[in-house]
Design a protein around this ligand. Structure first.
Ligand code: LLP
Length: 435
């Protein structure tokens, strides 16, 4: 069994995380429950930052907050000195509530509204990642109207798409995000932006995909971008101060995944940029990255209570838990795979193979197929690992199931950071037909 971070099995055969017995957590906070190992998040954050520091490279590590947005996690990232990538007014609002320093916030999105751009300018975010010509025009208008200027990165599609293990070099850069690097759109965006007296183009941004296990794609992207920057230096006397290579660093969900350490991605990206910058006689830009999953993914565990079970003779045994696609839509949406154990029988020998069903009215609501477990019974606690990224942030109220609470554990202490949704919460936006 693979345990992450501070997770271990204690003398009671219980799963313990952050020095706290998860059975006690279930008693105190109920199930389903998202548990975050704060020590592991800190370790991951420091891993990225230290590599840049060791190599003497000016950098920003921006937490891609879409992976898990909440006031507490933003405060934690701030404690660790990270920057923040937000993609909506809602994420920006949450960051402001958390007291996150606006100058370290980068605002993304392929369809930012005028209100969102105004909000970003009002709060004086560090930079806006401009995604398309419409936005460039809108931003210019809003800046003029507010008599403000803003640093931007131009998001480019370098024509590399990463599919976990392999890379597709797409000729026509068919993506809803960003300006094509090869088709001249990125250059056109740069030329329009540098004409503006309100917009300062700090540099370029790209994001090639998610859950990537190799450095090849990042290195290829960096190399193509630097090549283009060298042309722009000659043709337009433009020098980028910042190169943002996005996120997407893969993590281990199951034994099928074999990620490399974060430091390897960073080292290889830096080496490539250094090599190319030297080759083209360009100054070394600051390197920014935007990890989401690799900061919080394996630090999260979801704890469920086992309820009903159903045996289909000669086929399989279904074990149903008190959550499902409402708190983790990834198996239904992406056929994502997870590992799990019985938290209250963690040290006990494997005795059966079961399939874990959620409680939603949908056959596709299966969390794990063919999971080996000790003999299970109603009331057992199932701990599903690696649910820290895109679990809570993609949670929903299908079947009007309230979203679970989030608890942070560290050094033997548990702190509730998102409370459980109540039935009252579920109807708080509803308006009655009857006066
Ligand atoms: N930067 C940009 C511009 C992005 O679009 C993303 C993810 C990230 C950074 C962070 O990527 P990460 O390091 O977390 O892989 N819901 C999907 C993942 C969608 C990712 C979207 N963009 C999932 O559950 O796997």
């Amino acid at each position: 069994m693979h345990l992450n971070g501070t997770a271990k099995i204690n003398s009671l055969d219980h799963l313990e995380i952050g020095g706290v017995d998860t059975i006690e957590l279930a008693k105190e906070f109920g199930t389903p429950l998202y548990i975050y190992d704060v020590g592991l998040i800190r370790e991951r954050a420091r891993g990225f930052k230290n590599t840049f520091e060791k190599m003497g490279i000016k950098a920003q590590v921006a937490y891609a907050s879409k992976a898990f947005s909440s006031v507490a996690v933003f405060q934690l990232m701030n404690e660790e000195g990270l920057s923040l990538d937000v993609v909506s007014g809602g994420e920006l609002f949450t960051a402001m509530k958390a007291g996150f320093p606006a100058e370290r916030i980068h605002f993304h999105g392929n369809n930012k509204s005028e209100e969102e751009l105004r909000m970003a300018l009002e709060h004086k975010v560090g930079c806006i990642v401009v995604d398309n010509f419409h936005e460039l025009q809108l931003l210019e208008t809003v800046c003029r109207d507010m008599d403000q200027s803003i640093d931007v990165l131009i998001r480019v599609t370098p024509g590399i798409e990463a599919h976990t293990h392999d890379y597709i070099l797409t000729g026509q850069e068919d993506s809803k995000f960003g300006f094509g690097l090869e088709n001249g759109q990125a250059e056109e965006a740069l030329l329009r932006a540098i004409k503006s007296s309100h917009i300062n183009v700090l540099g370029l941004h790209c994001h090639i995909g998610s859950q990537i296990f190799e450095t090849t794609g990042f290195v290829l992207a960096a190399s193509k971008i630097i090549g283009k920057l060298s042309e722009w230096k000659v043709q337009h006397d433009y020098t980028a101060e910042v190169l943002n290579l996005g996120g997407g660093f893969g993590i281990r969900y199951t034994g099928e995944d074999d990620p490399i350490p974060a430091s390897r991605y960073v080292e290889e990206i830096i080496s490539e940029v250094q090599k190319k910058a030297e080759e083209f006689n360009l100054g070394m830009p600051e390197i920014w990255i935007e990890p989401g999953r690799s900061l919080v993914g394996d630090a999260g565990t979801t704890l469920y209570s086992v309820g009903s079970s159903k045996e289909v003779p000669n086929i399989r045994k279904y074990l149903a838990v008190d959550g499902g696609m409402s708190d983790n839509i990834r198996p239904a949406l992406y056929e994502a795979k997870y590992e799990a154990i019985l938290a209250n029988k963690a040290g006990q020998p494997i005795q059966e193979t079961v399939s874990i069903a959620g409680k939603c009215c949908e056959s596709g609501d299966m969390l794990i197929w063919d999971l080996p477990l000790p003999e299970s019974a109603q009331g057992d606690l199932l701990a599903v690992f690696c649910t820290g990224a895109y679990g809570y942030s993609m949670a929903n109220n299908y079947n009007r199931i309230p979203r679970p609470p989030v608890v942070f554990v560290e050094n033997g202490h548990a702190k509730l950071v998102v409370r459980r949704e109540s039935f009252e919460d579920l109807v708080k936006l509803d308006l009655s037909l009857i006066d």
